[in-house]
Design a protein. Structure first.
Length: 599
């Protein structure tokens, strides 16, 4: 445990439910050179307004439940998780020398210039079970667009020291980057559970949030140790707020001699089309959206609303499910905004879109850790939005899944999902930032369109289609609903969800398709700003098996969507799948709507 004796004297209060903790350390807003300039972003600088509850459905939240929500794991322990079952917890091997070279998710291994030898250096001891230190102060992660000059200096100094460490040091920049490659590109097997055929993969399912939380935790603690400042906290890339919707300028600052290459947090393998002040596209398809600044920001905000609220109506929908070779699903943010930020940031000129655009190389770009800090922040925000229903997974396999890391003292340790569900116990929190997307509930293009009635007899029903269906062109199909005219009570008991199962695609390519519900084909593109946009499924190149194709499911809540477009009385829903990238050889084997009980 690092000594806390050098803690600064700045008092940091324990966070309240909505994270209103605020450290005076980060109250200045001085170092960002670029400001989002279009009107939609004005008035977004007030970080004190966190959860305007105007458009959120929080009527069932009573005080007791709010407190229950705060309890994280403990508060949620007796609720049942729906729909995810695997027979064993995912566990990184005890003997890290069992690690093999990464072998999958790469187009052409010879061109994987970052290297596929991703195994950690050997350890004489361990792994031992990690014991969380008692933290007397929280490390407050600042929003990257609001960093103070003092903070920027400290951050760059820490990364510079990390980069200067010898490559075989477990704290070195190279070794830290390799962690991602090892856990995502097939370096570990599940041998100790009697499944040598299964590779350890922490994406595309419910291990996604906890694995990355632990990864960032140790990365942050190591950086703090390197500069002897245990209060050091990673900056988060606040891409869900208009003021943060561009690559944070700190990552592209010129270094001491005026050249960005001497800036320790610079990475040469980023897309030059996407440097500040280009606004990020949270629905990135591999090509520019063509939207102007105002429209791009509002599309991004609607995307956030859709992935955090409309479709993320259950634990499984938000986290993804436990690993399952056919119907396992990634969570809404993982396969949505998270993937977009990776692909948008990585260099389109590199063979594997290094660094951010491929999992094997993403960990070598310092911005990766800021991207994932915001992903991690979404976990916290999602739970705060509806504490009585938005709960962590509670099945034993998930709770006992574990990973192995080197801690800040170079001790090899094993950590468990169950120990990271309360981020405050890990000693950190986030500097507050407004979440304006709460007010960006998408708007229907057409209400009560009658499109389903017009499609009957014209568009095939699911049962008339021969599966698997190819995704090389737009797919339209009528899907029967389990119930119509669901009243408020019925909606309190169960979520209506659209499931796409057995999605088979080339895991070595960027892959994306959008899902529309009751979309009227009038030549106007339906974007995430419209209620008819049910969700997206997008994957950063990687792979589960020693083969090119991987299979996954996808799930989206549609209760609120059907209300918005006034289609609650319809017996069928018209589902449209719109290919966006890498879909040429992709197929899908099942489309259905089910009611999923609310925990
Ligand atoms: Cu492990 Cu953003 O990926």
């Amino acid at each position: 445990m690092a000594s806390l004796s050098s803690l600064s004297t700045v008092p940091i209060t324990t966070t309240s439910l909505s994270g209103r903790t605020r450290s005076p350390l980060f109250s200045k807003t001085s170092s960002h050179r670029f400001k989002v300039s279009c009107n939609a972003s004005s008035a977004d600088e007030n970080p004190n307004l966190i959860l305007p509850n105007t458009s959120l459905n929080m009527q069932n939240v009573d005080r007791r439940n709010l407190l229950l929500g705060l309890g994280g794991l403990y508060g949620a322990a007796n609720l049942t998780n729906i729909g995810s079952a695997s027979a064993y917890p995912i566990t990184a091997p005890d003997d890290i020398s069992d690690c093999v070279d990464a072998n999958s998710g790469i187009n052409d291994p010879d061109r994987a210039f970052r290297g596929l030898k991703c195994c950690p250096p050997a350890s004489a001891t361990g792994p031992i079970d990690y014991v969380l230190p008692e933290f007397s102060q929280l490390r407050i992660r600042p929003a990257a667009q609001r960093l103070t000059p003092e903070y920027v200096e400290k951050y760059k100094a820490a990364i510079a020291i990390m980069r200067a460490l010898p490559e075989d040091n477990p704290h070195s920049w190279k070794q830290q980057g390799k962690i991602h490659c090892a856990y995502c590109n097939g370096a570990y097997n599940q041998e100790m559970n009697g499944h040598p055929e299964l590779q350890l993969q922490i994406h595309n399912g419910s291990l996604f949030y906890p694995f990355h939380r632990w990864y960032l935790y140790f990365y942050e603690r190591i950086l703090g140790k390197l500069i002897d400042d245990p209060t050091f906290a990673l900056p988060y890339w606040n891409w869900d707020n208009p003021t943060g919707m561009m690559l944070p300028s700190v990552f592209e600052d010129p270094g001491p001699n005026g050249n960005p290459r001497t800036n320790p947090v610079f990475d040469p393998f980023r897309d030059v089309k996407h440097l500040p002040p280009t606004i990020i596209d949270l629905q990135f398809r591999g090509q520019e959206s063509g939207l102007n600044c105002v429209d791009q920001i509002s599309a991004n905000l609607s995307t956030m609303y859709g992935q955090m609220v409309t479709s993320a109506t259950s634990t499984d929908a938000f986290f993804g499910t436990n690993p399952d070779p056919v119907n396992g699903t990634p969570g809404t943010i993982e396969s949505g905004a998270h993937t977009s930020v990776h692909i948008w940031t990585g260099s389109s000129r590199m063979p594997n879109h290094e660094d951010m655009g491929n999992f094997y190389s993403a960990g070598y770009d310092p911005v990766f850790y800021s991207h994932h800090a915001n992903v991690d922040r979404m976990w916290k925000i999602w739970k705060d939005l509806k504490p009585n229903s938005n709960q962590d997974p509670t099945d034993d396999d998930w709770l006992n899944a574990s990973y192995v890391f080197y801690d800040e003292n170079k001790q090899l340790v094993r950590v468990y999902n169950k120990d990271c569900v309360d981020h405050n116990k890990l000693g950190y929190d986030y500097e507050p930032s407004r979440i304006p997307w709460i007010q960006s509930r998408p708007i229907p293009r057409v209400k009560a369109s009658n499109i389903v009635a017009q499609s009957l007899g014209v568009v095939k029903k699911v049962e008339e289609i021969e599966f698997p269906v190819k995704l090389d062109q737009i797919v339209k199909v009528l899907v029967k609903r389990p119930a119509t005219k669901r009243d408020e009570n019925a909606k309190k008991i169960a979520n209506e969800m659209l499931f796409l199962n057995g999605i088979k695609f080339n895991g070595e390519e960027f892959f994306k398709f959008d899902v529309l519900v009751d979309d009227v084909d009038d030549g106007i593109e339906t974007t995430a700003a419209s209620s008819e946009f049910a969700g997206t499924f997008a994957q950063v190149p990687h792979n589960h098996e020693h083969e090119m194709f991987m299979t996954s499911g996808a799930a989206f809540g549609i209760t609120e969507l059907l209300e918005d477009i006034e289609a609650e009385e319809d017996e069928y829903v018209l589902v449209t799948l719109v290919p966006r990238a890498g879909t040429e050889d992709a197929t899908i084997s099942e489309i259905k709507i089910q009611l999923v009980p609310i925990a």
